[in-house]
Write a protein that binds this ligand. Structure first.
Ligand code: MUC
Ligand code: MG
Length: 376
């Protein structure tokens, strides 16, 4: 019955959503976010949904929203139509044959296939993966308004609301000393009430990183994410050996092959996992397995996806044996609105996994029609 279903159509839709405030990163300032929403129809009437989302056009990753849509429409959708909808691994193997790379686009399609299969079997996506070992995930918040006072006020309000007690600061735009002064002021204001981490997004050279990390360590910062360029793995290894504060690889670790190499050279204490950069949930789980085998701690990362991409990642992260550093799955909270009927639940410092079949989400057709990019 279910295994007779074939894939009949795949659509990729660009959705532009306003953010609740400007979000400043080393490489871009976001005023809005563009999601690529995928809808995958099957011959048994079941629809699966997925999402491919990046940050700042082409300034962060090497796939843009417009490029992802073109790749899906032109190459990946035609390769999927007519295939067995119930065999996710076979469908993904076919995509890997017709297209190299393009991990974000493939991740969205894999999510849609898993969502459809979960709905077909009547089980949550995490159950398809073998089962969740937790149904809530700790979630931090990124303070990135660009203003120290505003960031402190934002953190105080979120602590008070019991929504977040860990804050990640985006640095690397300004001189090292100015960035450190900003971070130290926030840590001083929050004290032991909150954990503070930083993400440099590759902006420092090794000498700047050595100076910056020494000062951040002295200021009581808990974790340093991707201080140096992703290609310079040896620099990351030297920094990880030099400092006690843990160094996390993000841009430097996409799939299991990167994870193997970083594990071999001692390039990181923590891996930031993301389904998009690993080409999907299964790629993320393989990356996590390498980290586990090497004794490297894990963290659930985000590309600031909306609800669909965030909940897809959450189903995967909920199955991991260890997730020592929690997650940053706050993407939906940065958006003023979304295209799902019920937005994810955040309370008591955690994201609560939806319990319905597949992702456990439904698209809101009116919102999708309202926010989808109109043809130019
Ligand atoms: C990144 O590099 O980690 C995650 C949180 C945030 O604010 O930006 C992202 C990207
Ligand atoms: Mg990062």
């Amino acid at each position: 019955m279910g295994n007779q279903a074939t894939i009949t159509a795949v659509q990729a839709i660009l959705v532009d959503l306003p953010t609740i405030r400007a979000h400043q990163l080393a490489m871009a300032t976001m005023q809005q976010q563009t999601l690529v929403i995928v809808r995958l129809q099957c011959s048994d009437g079941i629809e699966g949904i997925g999402e491919a989302t990046t940050i700042g056009g082409l300034s962060y990753g090497d796939e843009s929203p417009e490029g992802i849509k073109l790749t899906i429409d032109t190459y990946l959708a035609p390769a999927l139509v007519g295939q067995d909808a119930a065999n996710v691994h076979a469908a993904m193997a076919r995509l890997n044959k017709v297209a190299r790379g393009n991990r974000f686009a493939k991740s969205a399609l894999e999510t849609a296939l898993l969502d459809a299969q979960g709905k077909r079997l009547g089980v949550p996506l995490a159950t398809l993966l073998g089962g969740a070992v937790r149904d809530t995930l700790p979630v931090l918040w990124t303070l990135a308004s660009g203003d120290t006072g505003r960031d402190i006020a934002e953190a105080e309000q979120l602590l008070e609301a019991r929504r977040h007690n860990t804050f990640k600061l985006k640095i690397g735009r300004r001189a090292v000393r100015d960035d450190v002064a900003h971070v130290a002021a926030i840590k001083r204001a929050l004290g032991d009430r909150a954990r503070v981490t930083v993400d440099v997004n590759q902006a420092w050279n090794e000498a700047e990183a050595a100076t910056g990390i020494a000062m951040l360590e002295a200021a009581g910062i808990d974790l340093i994410e991707q201080p140096t360029p992703r290609e310079q793995r040896a620099a990351l290894a030297r920094l990880a050996a030099r400092f006690i504060v843990p160094i996390m690889a993000d841009e430097a670790v996409c799939g299991p092959e990167d994870a193997m190499e970083l594990a071999r050279i001692g390039g990181a204490d923590v891996f930031a996992l993301k389904i998009a950069k690993s080409g999907g949930i299964f790629g993320m789980l393989r990356t996590a397995a390498v980290g586990d085998a090497a004794g490297i701690a894990l963290y659930g990362g985000t590309m600031l996806e909306g609800s669909v991409g965030t909940i897809a990642a959450a189903h995967g992260f909920c199955t991991l044996p260890q997730l020592a550093w929690g997650t940053e799955l706050f993407g939906p909270l940065l958006l003023e609105d979304d295209v799902v009927a019920t937005r994810p639940e955040y309370r008591d410092f955690a994201l609560h996994l939806p319990q319905g079949p597949g992702l456990g989400l439904a698209l809101d057709e009116d919102k999708l029609a309202h926010y989808r990019r109109k043809q130019g």
